[in-house]
Structures are given as C-alpha cells and as structure tokens.
Ligand binder design. Structure first.
Ligand code: SF4
Length: 213
C-alpha cells in the first residue's frame, strides 16, 4: 500500500482558487468532506485508476475517491462487469484496484485550470514514484480517465509523443502499461461518448495485461 506521505495536507493552499472554493463549500454544505480527497487502495493493487478531480456529489461529499455519484457508479459497474469487483457498490473498494485523481480538490464546475493541475501534480507524481519501489507491489496498469489525467500521467512518465485517444496504450517504466479511456462522467455517459461497452472493453484489456495474457 502506498504511504500516506503522498497525500496533501487537509488545508493545502497551493491552489488559492480551490482552497477558497473549499472554504465556500464548507459554509454551504458543512456536512460534506470539502477537503483534498485521498487515494483509495485495495490490497495488492495492480490497477491504478486516475480520474480528473473529486465530484461535487461524489468524492467531495463522501471524502472517498470515486464514491457517491453517477460517475462512480458507472466506473464500478464497469469494474464489476470486467471482473475487478464483485459488485457495482462504490463503497466497497475491490482487491487489486486503487483510485485517485489528478487534482485532489473539488474545482468549480468540475474544471480545474491548467495551473491547478500542475500544482497538484507532485502528489500524483510522488504516488507513482512509490509504486516503482521494488519493495512494493507494482501496478501493471495505470488507467487514465479522460484527457487531463492522461496528459499528466504522460508528463510524469516522460512520454512526450503520447497522445490521448480512447483505448490507447503505452509502455510505462517497470513493465507497467498506461491505458486511456474517456472519463465515466455523467456527461460522457449521457451523450454516449462513452458507453458501458466501450468502458468494459478497456477494463477487459487491463485485465488481460494484468493476467499476462
Ligand atoms: S488541488 Fe491539490 S495542490 Fe491544489 S489545493 Fe488541492 S490538494 Fe493542494
């Protein structure tokens, strides 16, 4: 399991706009998490899924990455269909799966700026770096949900020629593979830019890679 040292402090202020948004949201919805959302690690995680940022009704409410909103339900439905999870209940993190976001704080209208993505990048970078230590179980697949997460991961892995497209895959250091998928956002699912079948295909590919098929 990755160390919690990769996590930002609850009062991180590297992004003034997002820190102010957290403060404003605490007044409106004091029962919500309204702080940087930590990663979630199932035991022996071989699949790391990296999303964009906490959702207002999901992780920023529950304090748990990919739990509590439609995007989380779509993600977990795919995990269950591809055999990574026993059920589509996002409260139960499956063995072998880890979840995190490129940006740890809720951005207004779900859109972090490029500067905010860059400021939060060291936390993801540290997390990935810990995964490459020989003493830890290494990921076999890092799945980027959406272009922003993909581009941050490609930067971290120093893959300047890697371009985002749904289903694309690239070699990462340490025998891992970077896979790309459209994000399981409500908008993408409603417009069918991403269908459940398209997402399951990517997860089935992740399963093949992890199983060495
Ligand atoms: S998004 Fe990341 S860097 Fe920015 S304030 Fe939140 S935890 Fe800090």
């Amino acid at each position: 399991m990755a160390s919690r040292t990769a996590e930002p402090a609850p009062n991180c202020r590297r992004c003034p706009r997002l820190a102010e948004h957290r403060r404003a949201m605490r007044k409106v919805q004091p029962e919500h998490h309204n702080a940087p959302v930590p990663s979630r690690y199932g035991s022996n995680a071989r699949l790391l899924i990296v999303g964009l940022a906490p959702g207002a009704r999901g992780a920023n409410r529950t304090g748990r990455a990919f739990h509590g909103d439609a995007s989380s339900r779509a993600l977990f439905a795919g995990l269950a269909a591809a055999g990574f999870a026993r059920s589509a209940d996002s409260a139960v993190l499956p063995t072998g799966v880890a979840l995190t976001n490129a940006v740890r704080c809720l951005p207004p209208v779900n859109r972090p700026t490029a500067v905010e993505v860059s400021r939060c990048r060291p936390f993801l970078e540290r997390e990935i770096a810990q995964w490459t230590r020989p003493t830890l179980v290494k990921p076999r697949v890092v799945l980027a949900l959406g272009r922003v997460a993909f581009e941050v991961l490609a930067e971290i892995a120093q893959l300047p020629a890697a371009t985002f497209s749904h289903g694309a895959e690239f070699d990462l250091p340490g025998r891992a593979t970077l896979l790309a998928s459209y994000h399981t956002s409500l908008q993408n699912m409603n417009t069918r830019r991403l269908t459940p079948e398209m997402f399951e295909q990517v997860l089935h590919r992740a399963r093949q890679i992890i199983d060495g098929a």
